[in-house]
Design a protein around this ligand. Structure first.
Ligand code: AMP
Ligand code: MG
Length: 303
């Protein structure tokens, strides 16, 4: 039996299959099977209030699970411009998606991932795959199959190895179930790229400051965090850092390269039992927005 056929069989039987995407690795279960979905929450230790993204093979399958796809004319335009790719669209849901997936909300977050192995899996599986990032809740996201093994060992029936993720940070989550399209989580597709396709969007203001309480379930303030105490610093604060038994991640020139390596670097440093990890905060500029968001959530300000 091919690996994909095995993966489909596991999913049909309510099991969990870890899968690669261009953003980070996901932990997949049949989004129409309540028990399979419950297992994902249990394995991750994820609060039941935090809804899961559903992965589908293409736009026409996505439409089956969205009740009001055409509410915004921009929905199809975005799907055509960016799918397969790192943007997740939140839309009114149909009954087939079980309530646990969406944390009892009447909306579902849909995405077509840009990875050949997972597209093959989704085409063979047909249905929607509920797939949070394949890490324990609030811990650093995984960007290789080995990261997933490190995280879960035997608790996951199968890990599909699709190599290192080429984007390296999570998708942009855009809410299209409301009147004004709103970015709920900044990600690999920038606000400017979205606005280039559908015009002005809003940004949910809770995400950028870890100090503000979460307004949307995925915006829990501690997230993406290593086990070692992690601190962020501005370039001008570099002289305040004590690197004894500690390490610093300095800024790179190129946001895409930085994003691709970010979680792997964090995991590597975290395996070295450091007293502290310091991360330089990038400039408050559009091309760094998603990375800034991840750093702010993974760290505290310098004491
Ligand atoms: P992750 O599981 O790490 O990929 O994160 C999924 C993100 O999508 C979280 O920020 C969730 O809160 C968000 N999300 C998923 N479904 C919904 C939904 N129905 N409405 C709003 N946000 C959602
Ligand atoms: Mg996650």
């Amino acid at each position: 039996m091919s690996e994909i056929a095995r993966a489909v069989e596991i999913l049909r039987n309510g099991g969990i299959v870890a899968f690669p995407t261009e953003t980070v690795y996901g932990l997949g279960a049949d989004a129409t099977n309540p028990r399979a979905v419950q297992r994902i929450f249990d394995v991750k230790g994820r609060p039941s209030t935090n809804p899961l993204i559903c992965y589908v093979a293409n736009e026409s399958i996505a439409r089956r699970y969205a009740r009001d796809w055409s509410r915004h004319i921009g929905t199809s335009r975005l799907a055509q411009a960016f799918w397969p790719g790192p943007i997740t669209l939140v839309l009114a849901k149909t009954q087939a998606i079980v309530d646990a997936v969406t944390a009892n909300r009447d909306t579902v977050a849909l995405r077509v991932p840009d990875h050949p192995l997972t597209l093959e899996l989704l085409r063979a599986f047909h249905g929607p795959l509920a797939g949070p990032s394949a890490n324990r809740s609030s811990h650093v996201s995984p960007t290789t199959a080995q990261h997933v093994r490190d995280e879960f060992g035997d608790e996951v029936e199968l890990i599909l190895d699709g190599g290192a993720c080429k984007v390296g940070i999570e998708s942009t989550v855009l809410d299209l179930s409301i009147d004004v399209p709103t970015i709920l989580r900044p990600g690999a597709i920038s606000r400017e790229q979205i606005e280039g396709v559908i015009g002005p969007v809003q940004i949910q203001n809770a995400f950028s400051e870890a100090a503000t309480p979460a307004k949307s379930p995925g915006q829990h303030e501690r997230h993406y965090a290593p086990h070692a105490p992690a601190f962020r610093y501005e370039a001008r604060e570099r002289n305040k850092i004590d690197l004894t038994d500690a390490a610093a991640i300095e800024l790179a020139l190129d946001p895409a390269t930085y994003a691709r390596n970010f979680y792997a670097r964090l995991r590597l440093l975290d395996s070295q039992n450091l007293r502290a990890i310091y991360i330089e905060l990038p400039p408050d500029a559009p091309q760094w927005a998603a990375i800034r968001d991840r750093i702010v959530r993974a760290t505290r300000p310098l004491p």
